[in-house]
Design a binder for this molecule. Structure first.
Ligand SMILES: Cc1ncc(COP(=O)(O)O)c(C=O)c1O
Length: 397
């Protein structure tokens, strides 16, 4: 039967990775990767994670299953991280949360749960969005649609067209919103825009579906959750998916959550039971290790403080690299104004150059990025930033 399967085109990012590996130039630069890198180009295990792992290894006396909904201490700690300890929805018992294999697993479980409650529900995705949103939510049974999000010419959120599109959506339809550090464009909603979007959801009965995969990497743990907390306080129903891949560096451990704010505590119980039942039918039980690490760190005051510091170092590095790149490009008097890069957040931004210029960067300067000109800011460091800026200035001439 397998010979009937169709060959697939190479994934854009994997294609760039293959070209990068094949390039023998000694100082080639990879700005296409999707993970955080430090000044030395490594993606290290956080020291707080190492300490937690040692403690877990010493204390663990069983490998029996955890539970379908995952590690309860982990779920409570992540709820507090997302919503804030005293959030009214938490106090009212309106929040239910299940541990999932990464944010991707969270998107899948949340998508399936929504489709179970409302078959073929329509969900509007930002244009552009993280390319995995489409397959994950389509397979879950949702009907995909889009709303304009990024103005490529002005390098900012295209807010009026976004609102105009969503103002035509029907009650009960969902809107996928990036909680912070929009992937791929880096342009986030301002507080005023979150407020306006909340009012629109209230007025039209839309349900936000917030993907917050980078909490703590834009402005701070609480600051980055502003939109989620606002919507969860004001709207009857909100879907939230979060990931520990980036802010705890737990990528391969596969840990995240799907969290549901329901209209009342009774509905929240139904959401928990059904989300667990959905998981049962897909992978049965979540992996343990990543959630055990996160729960240990978040539940231990000293380790938590250490992690908050390590997270702040990653965030500060990203934000200062953004400013550094803008300064370096300005010093080269490029015809394009790149100051928008310093206003954006997280790991990604579009440089806003053409596909031909991206190819020249790769072929003439050994600098790799996806054709959309999305770059991973964390791939830049003090040793390569001048070469990056020189090369960008050269292809813009
Ligand atoms: C926007 C967004 N959502 C979700 C994820 C999920 O990541 P993971 O499944 O590794 O936790 C990512 C990872 O790149 C992402 O960029």
């Amino acid at each position: 039967m397998f010979e009937t399967l169709k060959p697939l085109p190479m994934d854009a990012i994997l294609g760039i990775m293959t070209l990068f590996r094949a390039d023998s130039h000694p100082s080639k630069i990879d700005l296409s990767v999707g993970v955080y890198q430090d000044e030395q180009g490594r993606t290290p295990v956080l020291p707080s994670v190492k300490r937690a792992e040692q403690a877990i290894l010493a204390a663990q006396d069983s490998k029996t299953y955890v539970a379908i909904a995952g590690n309860a201490a982990f779920n409570r700690s992540i709820e507090e991280l997302i919503y804030g300890k005293d959030h009214p929805a938490l106090k009212a018992g309106r929040v239910s949360t299940v541990q999932t294999p990464g944010g991707s697993g969270g998107l899948s479980i949340a998508g399936h749960l929504v489709a179970r409650a409302k078959p073929n529900a329509r969900i509007y995705l930002s244009d552009p969005t993280w390319p995995n949103h489409q397959p994950l939510l389509k397979v879950a049974g949702l009907t995909l649609d889009t709303y304009p999000y990024y103005d490529y010419a002005k390098h900012r959120v295209d807010f009026e067209p976004m609102i105009a599109r969503l103002d035509k959506a029907s009650a009960g339809e969902l809107v996928l919103i990036h909680g912070c550090c929009h992937n791929p464009c880096g342009a986030d909603l301002s507080k005023e825009q979150w407020e306006a979007l909340t009012q629109l959801c209230e007025r039209r009965g839309l349900v936000p579906f917030i993907d917050i995969a980078y909490q703590g990497l834009a402005e701070g743990l609480d600051e980055d959750a502003f939109g989620v907390r606002l919507m969860a306080a004001r709207l009857p129903e909100v879907v939230v998916v979060s990931s520990c891949s980036k802010n705890l560096g737990l990528y391969r451990e596969r840990v995240g959550v799907a969290s549901f704010v329901s209209a009342n505590a009774e509905a929240a119980k139904l959401a928990t039971a059904n989300a667990a039942n959905v998981a049962r039918g897909i992978y049965s039980m979540p992996p343990d290790h990543g959630a055990a690490i996160a729960a240990y760190i978040l539940g231990n005051a000293e380790l938590r403080a250490q992690w908050v510091k390590e997270l702040a170092e990653m965030r500060t590095r990203l934000n200062s690299l953004r400013r550094l790149l803008v300064e370096k490009l300005a010093a080269r008097k490029t015809p394009m104004d790149f100051s928008f890069i310093a206003k954006e957040h997280g790991m990604f931004s579009f440089l806003g150059i053409t596909k031909e210029q991206v190819i020249r960067l790769r072929e003439e300067f050994h600098i790799y990025m996806v054709e959309s000109s999305r770059v991973n800011i964390a791939g830049i460091n003090h040793a390569n930033v001048d070469r990056v800026a020189d090369a960008i200035a050269a292809v813009l001439k």
